[in-house]
Design a protein. Structure first.
Length: 86
C-alpha cells in the first residue's frame, strides 16, 4: 500500500512515467528491500522447534539493534502522506 501511494506521489511530481518510476525506485526501493529482508529472517525463525524459536525471539526482542531494524518500516512516514516533509 505504501509503495502504491509513493508511486502516485511520484506520478504527481512528474507526469512522465519513466521519470516517476526512477524517482520511486530511488526513494522507496531501499525501505522495501529492508522490509523484505527483515520479514524473511523472522519467517525463518518460525520454522524452528518451539524451544529454540521462543528463546531466539526473546533474544531478538532484547536486542536494541534488532528492534530498530523491525521498527524501521513501522516508523516510516509514507511518501505522499499529508504530513510528509520531503
Amino acid at each position: 500500500m505504501m509503495n502504491g501511494r509513493a508511486l502516485a506521489a511520484a506520478l504527481q511530481e512528474s507526469p512522465r512515467i519513466e521519470e516517476a518510476l526512477r524517482c520511486w525506485e530511488v526513494r522507496e526501493r531501499p525501505l522495501t528491500e529492508h522490509t523484505q529482508r527483515v520479514s524473511a529472517l523472522y519467517s525463518r525463525l518460525t520454522t524452528l522447534p518451539p524451544p529454540a524459536r521462543g528463546f531466539l525471539l526473546w533474544l531478538v526482542g532484547r536486542s536494541r539493534w534488532a528492534v530498530n531494524q523491525r521498527e524501521r518500516t513501522a516508523l516510516h512516514v509514507p511518501t505522499g502522506a499529508p504530513y510528509d516533509r520531503r
